[in-house]
Design a protein around this ligand. Structure first.
Ligand SMILES: O=c1nc[nH]c2c1ncn2[C@H]1C[C@H](O)[C@@H](COP(=O)(O)OP(=O)(O)OP(=O)(O)O)O1
Ligand SMILES: [Mg+2]
Length: 196
């Protein structure tokens, strides 16, 4: 594999995936490298379904091996929401700020101790032959009652990691990448691809 399409329109994810795959000696391509790139309806019931759908559609459009990430936040107090709806929690096309506001509104009045949450990342790596490999990673944390930090993206300013004593948005990207759901999923991918 000399070229790999990273099938995401999310700039924060793209940056982290590029950092995590640096040194692999594979040229990473993005949707912007193609004249046309398909929009996919992320209507699966699971992260796996959506990740495979995004990666397969990129393979069909480009003829190249393609990787997609479907990820989200799971809050037990909210019955596991927003889950696969994390990107459109506030509304279709919502900004990160709108989604964070919606999360804070739904958790108003609940004490920190009840606000545990986890991030889940599923990576699908699909090939022109039709095969797909699936890798998964999770990270446990708590949802604070106000945002802290300017790093990362998405729900990072609200997601507190007890081990670090900080939110993901307060951590340097090397640290986030080492501990994150995405970092763990991509570490599994690298182990699989490069173990003899
Ligand atoms: O490390 C993370 N730190 C903070 N927030 C995160 C993270 N990882 C996923 N998230 C949130 C962002 C978005 O609200 C949703 C992913 O939705 P998801 O459909 O997988 O991605 P997306 O629509 O932004 O881009 P795309 O589908 O083109 O890859 O979960
Ligand atoms: Mg999406």
């Amino acid at each position: 594999m000399t070229h790999l399409v990273i099938a995401t329109r999310n700039k924060g994810k793209m940056r982290e995936i590029a950092e995590l795959l640096a040194g692999m000696e594979i040229t990473l391509l993005s949707p912007d490298d193609f004249a046309e790139f398909p929009e996919v309806a992320e209507d699966g019931e699971t992260f796996e379904e959506n990740a495979v759908k995004k990666a397969r559609s990129a393979v069909v459009a480009t003829g190249l091996p393609s990787l997609a990430d479907d990820s989200g936040l799971i809050v037990p107090l909210l019955g596991g929401r927003p889950g696969v709806f994390s990107a459109r929690f506030a509304r279709e096309g919502a900004s990160d700020g709108e989604n964070n506001d919606k999360l804070l509104a739904e958790l108003t009045g609940f004490p920190l101790a009840a606000r545990n949450a986890s991030f889940c990342c599923v990576i699908a790596l699909c090939f022109p032959g039709g095969e797909c490999l699936i890798f998964r990673g999770e990270l446990a944390g708590m949802i604070l009652d106000q945002p802290h930090g300017n790093g990362g993206f998405g729900y990072d300013p609200l997601f507190y990691v007890a081990d670090q004593g900080k939110t993901l948005a307060e951590l340097p990207s090397e640290v986030k990448n080492r501990i994150s759901h995405r970092g763990k999923a991509l570490a599994e991918l690298k182990k699989y691809l490069f173990s003899p």
